[in-house]
Design a binder for this molecule. Structure first.
Ligand code: DMJ
Length: 624
């Protein structure tokens, strides 16, 4: 309709509305718009609309680790309550809370990360918080190291071609061969099968792949195998996926994957390793959902449920060596993520173990995660118990000698072991037996041979009157383990050896006569060498190198053997990932200077992945 201009009338709008009508219409319109936008935020399931209307956040392919900062921290932020007996209040986990920080990790990438963050006890975002990227100050960390990571290397052109250098080069060549064989035939699989020339996944890793890649990273770095290191790193960047859905061993994933990634990060500062370690750490958290907080041994990556090994006391128990070997890695996960949850989990394990009655001061191997009671009184410093003791002394060392709770637990346990398990055979060999409710099994497993190194490592901080005793004990146990090698035809040691009926340090049945490329004996040689510089340890180490070359090297990699007492090797067709992580690394270090991965700066996790000591003193020289 055409509106004509009529005198005396207030002009109407082009649509023929008068001013009051126009005002009312605009009021109605703006109300409508407000209502629509409000609905975007208030109605459920509005996330799709939000994505349409709101500016997208930066896209990340991985997990962005964020710290949520309280803009107005409470006036007196309460310090974290120390665990009973804990007298190191400035431990790592306290730090975030003392500063009034609440931190969490926020998944922003693929579905795998979203799944990882669910059900792990992390707190929801709080109002008045903003997100900032959590960053770890890598250069400050490096400046606190007391020694260059790879030592003060002499000018090689001036260094004479020494025997020890040639020995080191030989071990490097073995690593290169082991890696290249794996890469050629099994890249991305967990382990290489050198006889069938293919890969093997196993059933311990919940569908994760590339155990050998992750386990090899730091050894390749240490040996300066630059090209091989880059191959391994590229695989982690491109092909190491965490969206897996199998059942995994908490222990194995922790020591191999998380340990390997943490070390790779601390050695290189490459973010990919830090991010993946944290993501994987989060995937393990459901294992701790038990009445006591003692984790179960198995975690289902898909459902987030947990379980115990069927063989562990009819599925009712968690295993000492498994739940007792998380402390080092979990403290570093907190350090690198800012998320205190990792430290809280392992601190709780400590608390349970501290409180519980220990028969004669000993720690049995099986504990119920439901009741928190021991399930059976089997004590061993070998399989099922071993790395629990190792992590006590290493927690003390890694804390720059502030974690006195760990120190006390370690020396108390060692006293009990000395009193009840230690024996000397009629032939004069010192060994640590196994204890079954008071009855001794006079045997040692290959796994127990790490204890020579551990006791040597801890000798210095023992009570004055015990130091010499522990040094001697470490040397004697290591000598016994050497005997188990020397008494075989291959000069490699069996899986278990006995001290019975006049036969000493030998396996008594074929089922215990195999050698699967394990590291524990050379591990002890390395620690004893660093402590004593007695050339015998290098001699013994070289015997192992020679035997490995002769009996375990095949056309396509190294393999375990089924009977160390047969000089015609029957290979088991498996190049274990710990051979690259541990055996070759410890051998290489045995023939290196003491300041290469110096024990003043690093502790090795139970898979030989170096983790840095938490130096608080920043006055030391900055080194790289
Ligand atoms: C490795 O995975 C670790 O050393 C673990 O603590 C025990 N078993 C193997 C090596 O033998």
């Amino acid at each position: 309709m055409l509106m004509r201009k009529v005198p005396g009338f207030v002009p109407a709008s082009p649509w023929g509305l008068r001013l009051p009508q126009k005002f009312l219409f605009l009021l109605f319109l703006s109300g409508l718009v407000t209502l629509c936008f409000g609905a975007l935020f208030l109605l459920p399931h509005s996330s799709r609309l939000k994505r349409l209307f709101l500016a997208p956040r930066a896209q990340h392919t991985g997990l962005e680790v964020v710290a949520e900062v309280e803009q107005e921290p409470p006036p007196n932020p309460a310090p974290a309550a120390p665990a009973p007996g804990e007298d190191h209040p400035s431990s790592w986990a306290d730090l975030p809370r003392r500063k009034g920080w609440l931190r969490r990790t926020r998944p922003t990438g693929p579905r795998e990360e979203a799944t990882a963050a669910r059900g792990n006890g992390m707190t929801a975002p709080r109002p008045r918080e903003r997100s900032v990227p959590f960053s770890f100050d890598f250069s400050a960390f490096r400046s606190r190291l007391r020694h260059p990571v790879l030592g003060t290397r002499p000018d090689e052109s001036k260094e004479p071609q020494s025997r020890v250098r040639a020995q080191r080069e030989k071990i490097k060549e073995m690593m290169q061969f082991a890696w290249q064989s794996y890469k050629h035939y099994a890249m991305g699989k967990n382990e290489l099968r050198p006889l069938t020339k293919d890969g093997y996944e196993g059933n311990m890793f919940g569908g994760l792949s590339g155990a050998t890649v992750i386990d090899s990273l730091d050894t390749l770095y240490l040996m300066e195998l630059e090209e091989e290191f880059q191959e391994a790193k590229a695989w982690v960047e491109e092909s190491f996926h965490l969206n897996v859905s199998g059942e995994a061993s908490l222990f194995e994933v922790n020591i191999r994957y998380i340990g390997g990634l943490l070390s790779a990060f601390y050695l290189t500062g490459e973010e990919v390793f830090r991010i993946k370690a944290i993501q994987l750490g989060e995937k393990l958290l459901p294992a701790f959902n038990t009445p006591t907080g003692i984790p179960k041994g198995v975690v289902n990556f898909k459902s987030g449920s947990n379980g115990s090994w069927g063989w562990a006391m009819a599925g009712s128990s968690s295993i000492l060596a498994e739940f007792g070997s998380l402390h080092l890695e979990f403290l570093h996960l907190t350090e690198l993520s800012g998320n205190p949850i990792f430290t809280e989990k392992v601190r709780n394990i400590r608390k349970v173990l501290r409180k519980i009655d220990k028969p004669f001061g000993l720690y049995p191997n099986f504990l119920s995660p439901v009741s928190g009671n021991w399930v059976q009184h089997h004590v061993s410093i070998g399989g099922l118990g071993d790395s629990f003791y190792e992590y006590l002394i290493k927690s003390w060392l890694m804390s720059a000698k502030t974690d006195t709770e760990a120190k006390n637990m370690y020396y108390e346990a060692l006293e009990a072991i000395e009193t009840y398990l230690l024996n000397v055979s009629p032939g004069g060999l010192t060994y640590i037996a196994e204890w079954r409710g008071g009855i001794l099994d006079h045997k040692m497993g290959h796994l127990a041979c790490f204890s020579g190194g551990m006791i040597s490592l801890g000798a210095e901080d023992a009570k004055e009157e015990k130091r010499a005793r522990y040094r001697e004990l470490a040397a004697q146990i290591t000598k016994t383990c050497h005997e188990s090698y020397a008494r075989s035809d291959t000069k490699l040691g069996p899986e278990a050896f006995w001290f019975n009926s006049g036969r000493e340090a030998v396996a008594t049945q074929l089922s215990e006569s195999y050698y699967i490329l394990r590291p524990e004996v050379v591990e002890s040689y390395m620690y004893l060498w660093r402590q004593t510089h007695d050339p015998i340890y290098r001699e013994w180490g070289w015997e192992v190198v020679t035997a490995l070359e002769k009996y375990c090297r095949t056309e396509a990699g190294f393999s375990g053997i089924q009977d160390v007492y047969s000089s015609i090797p029957n290979h088991d067709n498996k190049q274990q990932s710990f051979f690259l992580a541990e055996t070759l690394k410890y051998l290489y270090l045995l023939f290196s200077e003491d300041d290469v991965l110096s024990l003043e700066d690093w502790v090795f996790n139970t898979e030989a992945h170096p983790l840095p000591v938490k130096h608080v003193d920043s006055s030391s020289r900055a080194r790289g």
